[in-house]
Design a protein around this ligand. Structure first.
Ligand code: SF4
Length: 224
C-alpha cells in the first residue's frame, strides 16, 4: 500500500496485537535483579539460552547482587556459558553490580528512587549497557515509563510506514513516546506484544496473511 494512506494511531496497533496475543505479563524474571541480569544475558541470543544461564546462576546461589559480587569472573563466565559471549557478559554483570554498589550503595530501592533521565544516563555509562539494555532495565526491573526499542520494533514499524529510512534508536523511541502516554504498564505490554508479533509473524520473510496487523497499511518490501 502507498505511504500516503493515513496511519492509524499507535494505540490501534497495540490494541490489535493485544486482542490477538492477550496480555503478555512481561518480563520473565522472579525479582527485579533477575530481570536486570536477563537484560544483559539476552544480548545477541535467544531467550531459551538465557533461561539455561539463569538456571545455572540459581543453582550456584549466584543470582543476587551479593552472589555476583562474590563470584570470580571466571566461574561466573562458566555458569552463563549457555547465553553465549560468556566472558564479555560475565564482565558486564560484574560491571552492573559494581555500579549498583558504588552509585547506589548496593540497593535497588535507592536506585529506583533516582529520576528516570538521570538513572538512564548513569546506566549508559556502565560498560556493556547500551540503550536497549538500559531501557529494558529501567522499564522491566524498575517500572520506569520508558519505551524499549528493538529490532522487531524497527522492522514492524518500518513495514507499516511509521518509520522511514534508518532512524536512530533515540528517534524511534521519541516517536513512540510522543504519541503514547508515559505509562510504564502500557510501554511494558506494548513492547512485549511487538516482540511476540516479530517472533510469530514479522520474520525476515513475513507471514502477513495470518498476522493480526494485516488489515493495517503495510508493505513487506520495507525494512526486511
Ligand atoms: S507480518 Fe506483515 S502484517 Fe504482520 S507486522 Fe509484519 S508486515 Fe505487518
Amino acid at each position: 500500500m502507498a505511504r500516503h494512506h493515513a496511519l492509524p494511531p499507535l494505540s490501534e496497533v497495540y490494541q490489535r496485537l493485544r486482542e490477538h496475543f492477550g496480555h503478555r505479563n512481561w518480563w520473565p524474571g522472579e525479582t527485579p535483579f533477575e530481570v536486570m541480569v536477563g537484560a544483559i544475558l539476552t544480548q545477541n541470543t535467544a531467550w531459551s539460552n538465557v533461561e539455561k544461564a539463569i538456571r545455572n546462576l540459581k543453582a550456584n546461589n549466584a543470582l543476587s547482587i551479593k552472589g555476583i559480587r562474590e563470584a570470580r569472573e571466571g566461574e561466573l563466565a562458566e555458569w552463563i556459558r549457555p547465553s553465549g559471549y560468556f566472558n564479555q557478559k560475565a564482565r558486564k554483570l560484574k560491571a552492573l553490580v559494581a555500579f549498583i554498589d558504588e552509585t547506589h550503595g548496593g540497593s535497588l530501592a535507592r536506585m529506583r528512587k533516582v529520576p528516570l533521565e538521570e538513572l538512564r544516563a548513569q546506566l549508559l555509562r556502565v560498560n556493556g549497557i547500551g540503550p536497549e539494555t538500559a531501557d529494558s532495565i529501567l522499564l522491566y526491573a524498575l517500572d520506569k515509563p520508558i519505551f524499549v526499542v528493538d529490532a522487531y520494533t524497527r522492522r514492524i514499524f518500518t513495514r507499516h510506514f511509521y518509520l522511514n529510512g534508518k532512524p536512530s534508536y533515540h528517534a524511534i523511541q521519541e516517536r513512540f513516546m510522543r504519541e503514547c502516554p508515559p505509562d510504564a504498564e502500557f510501554y511494558n505490554d506494548f513492547h512485549a506484544q511487538i516482540v511476540e508479533a516479530g517472533k510469530s509473524y514479522c520474520r525476515k520473510r513475513p507471514l502477513c496473511a495470518i498476522c493480526p496487523l494485516e488489515p493495517l497499511p503495510h508493505s513487506a518490501e520495507q525494512g526486511a
